[in-house]
Ligand binder design. Structure first.
Ligand code: GLN
Ligand code: ZN
Length: 764
């Protein structure tokens, strides 16, 4: 039985690649220095896996920026706006084209925007979207895969090169010309793959991993056919090479037959996300096909449950024998942090909780341990069982009061007292806002000074009292600015927050934070998600003091500002011992307590941000409604405890609403603010068609740029909005929070925004 790792983190255990990339971009280090860092990181990974005893060690899983971008360079899929840069800049010693595609390029009279970025399936990793246009001619531009295979060989390690499979590469890209047909594109793409595979074979490679995660998505018959075409041709071209086809992030379902019939040597399936598919796959497995069992979770930070994995492995070996089975991670370990052993600070991560966790390095050992146990060496089994057993009953995880409260939740707890039409009238008479009320989304510029305050408090350079005073001063200044600007609904500015999830996680029970648990989000950007390990509970108010202080400074309504349950869930590592829906509802109850406390403290408008609702959608359409039901319910539970007069806002950005508009309406928020300026209000159309009854603030300017929008531009957008929605329901606000902006442009933009709103009022 072989052991198999699909991919390993590449940013470095201390984020060395991030730093080297950023230093290189800033001109602080040479290209040689950057390449040396990269080589060391690859070497470390290979040696780690080699000395652990892993059989199938990945290569070409390294990337300076993104694995899909690597594939674009490999196959010559260079968008036409980069063509002028292409010929001179494509050699490995000149990564200028590569980084230009990733980050945009503005130099030497040359101006090209970066390639689009989007989420890698349902992970928080973002890939660069390949673009295919009619002038597309694939050709082998740079054989990075072969280089890295050879590089590993020189240190005596025989690796398994990893490539994104040709069909997924095409399906995850964007076809820019309607005339382009996927079968034709595939036809011209395959020779490049064949060339690469043949070069690898000639270099001595035995196994090649071809990642086809799109096999767990809903596929049309035409798309399914692409797989047959592709693999038949690859098989013919390299009959002697062993092809491992990997699927991950879900179940093959109706694509099972298709996957099993492709002429490859081994199929990898994700048994963490979809353990139930093992039965069917074993049932239908052709004679000669080997099976790679993804039993160790590549998406999470929890220790593997050996008993559960062993029963899956044994089920497979009983049916097809050990020779045809390998034990693997469910997907690449890219989505997990490096090494739990780097977490040495007991005040952040207690030994008890640490004993339930496993990062990439530990997961490698788990794969080895599982193999050893199967082979009769059961030394590690008892400790694993003990950890699992302790987790099942640990008092810091399981809180009877939280579970009881969740069990007692009724339909009524998720329902406001009266329908929106009644609430709207009550709110109008209480709040007395003008038509087209103006507001902002929550955060104001996080200046150097503000960031330093938080750092100084953490380091103990300033006392809590000094910190509180300084934050109060920032709030006071921002309230003054907002009053001077004549905004109608004010915010306190979120100066006390590092991050919209971390701020709440740090105050809620059931969360822990790591010191070094970084995972790549895109390029050089890494995130350190909070870890939800146990039942979630609020032990004390989290924002009430700041919000009521801010309200005390003004007669205008001060908006309370919270992060919603779905977003907190979505941007954390979530416990794996209960359904996500249960964890979401626990968070919802904690937020509900905060919402009612804000109301009691005299806050009349409360915003609960849910930017992550859309990205939580399951990969398969058939699973959408179940998710949306509990996601919407969680939001409703979090806000439904208030009186009719209290106005509930929510905010979402980066989202299209076409296919989920009825669920957005079901959230029953009195006001929703959304990002719309970049689409010129196009995103608003569905609200109109749907006759969305609630109030909406369609963002009138893009906060991602320092550019100050003119009054006329914003009026033009608002005129469009008035065509689509009743004026009574329209708010005026930016697309999102302003924390990444500077004060001067912020004030100027908001001044223009208020002027635009006033002009609109005067015309009604
Ligand atoms: N209230 C948050 C802010 O203004 C919302 C951020 C977001 O939507 N991502 O920063
Ligand atoms: Zn936003």
């Amino acid at each position: 039985m072989q052991t198999n790792i699909l991919g390993y983190p590449r940013i470095g255990s201390n984020r060395e690649l991030k730093k080297a990339n950023e230093d290189y971009w800033a001109g602080k280090i040479s290209l040689e220095k950057l390449q040396l860092t990269a080589r060391l990181l690859r070497r470390q990974n290979w040696e780690t896996l080699h000395s652990a005893g892993i059989d199938l060690i990945p290569s070409n899983d390294f990337s300076y920026y993104d694995q899909m971008l690597d594939m674009c360079i490999m196959t010559g899929a260079i968008p036409s706006r980069f063509k002028a840069l292409k010929e001179s800049l494509v050699t490995p010693s000149s990564p200028e084209l590569y980084f230009a595609m990733a980050r945009g390029y503005q130099k030497n009279g040359f101006d090209a925007t970066a390639m689009e970025m989007t989420k890698w399936f349902d992970t928080n990793y973002h890939y660069l979207v390949p673009e295919f246009d009619a002038s597309q001619q694939f050709r082998l531009l740079y054989n990075k895969c072969l280089e890295e295979f050879n590089e590993a060989l020189t240190i005596g390690i025989h690796t398994k090169p990893v490539l994104i499979g040709p069909v997924s590469f095409l399906l995850l890209g964007k076809v820019k010309d309607e005339t382009l047909q996927l079968p034709a594109l595939l036809n011209s793409l395959l020779p490049v793959y064949i060339q690469v595979l043949q070069s690898l074979q000639a270099a001595g490679a035995t196994w090649i991993q071809l990642d086809e995660p799109t096999l767990v998505l809903d596929l049309t018959p035409e798309q399914q056919d692409l797989f047959r075409q592709a693999y038949t041709r690859l098989r013919e071209a390299v009959p002697g090479l062993k092809l491992l086809l990997t699927t991950y992030f879900g179940s093959l379902q109706e694509n099972t037959q298709l996957a099993l019939q492709l002429p490859v040597d081994a199929l990898h399936i994700d048994l963490v996300r979809a353990p139930e598919q093992l039965n069917t796959v074993l049932e239908l497995l052709p004679e000669n096909l080997q099976l790679s069992l993804g039993v160790v979770d590549g998406r999470n930070i929890w220790k593997n449950n050996y008993d559960r994995s062993l029963s899956l492995i044994k089920q497979a070996t009983a049916k097809i024998g050990q020779d045809r089975v390998s034990i693997a991670t469910s997907c690449s370990l890219l989505h997990t942090p490096y090494d739990l052993e780097l977490e040495t600070a007991e005040e952040t991560l207690s030994p008890q909780i640490k004993n339930w966790m496993a990062f990439a390095r530990q997961k490698v050992n788990e794969i080895i341990a599982l193999r050893d146990i199967i082979n009769g060496d059961t030394a590690s089994l008892a400790a694993n069982q003990a950890a699992m057993q302790e987790k099942r009953t640990a008092a810091i995880i399981h809180k009877p009061a939280v579970k009881a409260r969740l069990a007692a939740l009724t339909e009524a707890d998720a329902r406001r007292k009266h329908p929106f039409s009644t609430r709207q009238q009550v709110q109008e008479s209480v709040l007395q806002l003008p038509l087209f009320p103006t507001t902002t989304i929550g955060s104001f510029p996080q200046t150097e000074d503000i960031r330093k305050l938080r750092a100084d408090l953490k380091k103990g350079v300033i006392t809590k009292e000094e910190y509180d005073n300084a934050i109060r001063k920032a709030i006071q200044e921002s309230v003054q600015i907002q009053e001077d600007l004549h905004l109608d609904v004010l915010v306190h500015g979120e100066f006390e927050r590092n991050d919209m999830v971390e701020y709440f996680g740090e105050q809620l029970e059931g969360f822990v934070f790591t010191k070094n648990g970084w995972v790549q989000s895109y390029g050089s950007r890494c995130v350190k998600p909070p870890v939800i390990y146990g039942d979630v509970e609020r032990s004390a108010p989290m924002t009430v003091a700041w919000s009521s202080y801010a309200q005390s400074l003004t007669d205008k309504p001060m908006k309370g500002m919270l992060t919603g349950p779905v977003t907190i869930l979505q941007w954390s590592f979530v416990r794996d011992d209960q359904p996500r829906s249960e964890t979401a509802l626990q968070i919802a109850l904690a937020i509900r307590d905060e919402v009612t406390d804000l109301e009691k403290a005299g806050i009349r408008i409360i915003q609960v941000d849910e930017p992550a609702v859309r990205e939580g959608l399951p990969l398969r359409k058939a699973d959408w409604q179940t998710y949306l039901d509990w996601a919407v319910k969680s939001f409703r539970v979090s806000v439904a405890g208030v009186k009719d007069a209290t106005q509930i806002h929510t905010h979402m950005c980066y989202a299209a609403f076409n296919d989920i508009i009825s669920n957005i309406a079901a959230m029953d928020a009195d006001v929703i603010t959304i990002e719309t300026s970049r689409s010129q209000m196009e995103l608003l159309e569905v609200f109109s068609t749907f006759r969305y009854p609630y109030e909406i603030g369609p963002g009138v300017y893009d906060i991602h740029s320092p550019r100050v929008p003119t009054v006329a531009e914003m009026i033009a957008l608002l005129e469009k909005a008035v065509q689509l929605l009743p004026a009574r329901n329209i708010w005026v606000n930016p697309d999102c929070g302003l924390k990444t902006r500077k004060w001067p442009e912020t004030e100027q933009a908001l001044r223009n925004m208020v002027a635009a709103a006033r002009k609109m009022r005067s015309e009604q």
